[in-house]
Design a protein. Sequence first.
Length: 376
Amino acid sequence: MSYILLVNTLSTYNRTTPYIARIKERYLLTAPNSTKQTYHIALDLPTDSLPFTVGDSVAILPQNDPNMVDRILSAMHLSGEEPIFDPKTNAPLSLRSYLLTKANLSKANSRLLSLLNQHPLLEDKERLNSALLSHNVLDFLRLHSTSSLSPQEFANSLLPLMPRFYSIASSSKVFPNEIHLTISFLSYTQQGETRYGVASYFLCQQAALESTPIPLYIQPSNGFCLPSPDDSIILIGPGTGVAPFRAFLQERLADQAKGRNWLFFGERHRASDFYYEPFFTDLARKNFLRLDTAFSRDQAEKIYVQHKLQENGASIWDWLQQGAFLYVCGDATQMAKDVDLTLEHIAAKYGSLSLEDARLYLKRLRKEKRYLLDVY
């Protein structure tokens, strides 16, 4: 697949004309005995620096696993060299190239099942939804005859491979020709075999250092950015949610910011899962950072970041009353809701507010852009 490298118009990089980077450095942030694999990845930006600000995200255009592509082609009794037209752009390319870089192979849709003559399944909505959640494209090809399916029909039936968005974990003031990422390597069991997240496998395992092209573009933040260097900030980022806050603190150091900095970080075990521990603990030793951590599995009773917020409720309220900005990054399903509820109780208790007025207080902070979330 070819990509356009724009030299003088960096702002025009996007999904159709991505910037091409290479992986400069990659290493595990977690210890070998951790139940997780979380990687630090440094992307090298050749020739020109790609403009971004802390709080922005990078959109990665991943490639599928070549082994998965080979297995799909084998199931269809095709070589992969069959010429097709890209269903979206109508550009000519080989079927293999399309499957590798353009198609979502992790999830099938009803259009593919219709081409495979799976009409009974299509007529049962509950069974259909269950099958689509538990089978990928290869699973369906294995189960059903593909002899009547042309390469073009097959390509037309597939969902597009979407960009994956990651918070940028570095400041361009400290690393001017790099973008750092903090990536959790996703693996799961489906249909009796271990499978992997497309983008995390591509970045953490498949891509070769300093050689594999990494197509990307910058996704500007929607207001998730630093305030004045004189303002204080409270950062709540458990797990990989800490990524943008590493960038925030690098930037504050570079700017010699006078405002106070407070980070709440959480993971499972301190010994194996404390991402960027030397950086954060060094800042804490130098009194540049107030650091509170919650390691949920290091004691009998699980402790999460919201518990640390509760313990420090009086100080948090004091910081907020003095104009501090509050940031939350990470899991939207549970963590962000628990943190929001905890902040409500802190505002109610230490601000002598009713719960309704505490909610209105947080709503006002959001309106004033002093309570900012980047959750997913």
